[in-house]
Write a new protein. Structure first.
Length: 92
């Protein structure tokens, strides 16, 4: 992530927050405000000199949200949720 400009990092952060919030509303039962707060907590802004900045991005928002909702091995108990739906992909 060190190759990213600040603008690219901030845009990616916004996009992941938006996706995470969408999942938390759609599948986690949160209202919009709660989902937004959860997304900001999951994806805090990291300063450009923070070690491991952007490491959170190694998995997409779908995965992090499903882990929050259904647990660390959600794919075992909910194999139908391994892949996000088309609606999620359409958020891009």
């Amino acid at each position: 992530m060190a190759d990213w400009s600040e603008e690219e990092y901030v845009q990616y952060l916004r996009d992941e927050r938006r996706r995470y919030g969408w999942v938390m509303q759609r599948f986690g039962g949160l209202v919009a405000f709660q989902a937004e707060m959860a997304a900001e907590q999951r994806y805090p802004f990291e300063a450009s000199d923070a070690p491991y900045r952007g490491l959170m991005f190694h998995d997409e928002a779908w995965c992090w949200a499903m882990r929050e909702i259904h647990g660390d091995q959600y794919w075992v108990s909910h194999p139908d949720l391994v892949e996000p739906p088309a609606e999620y992909r359409a958020l891009d």
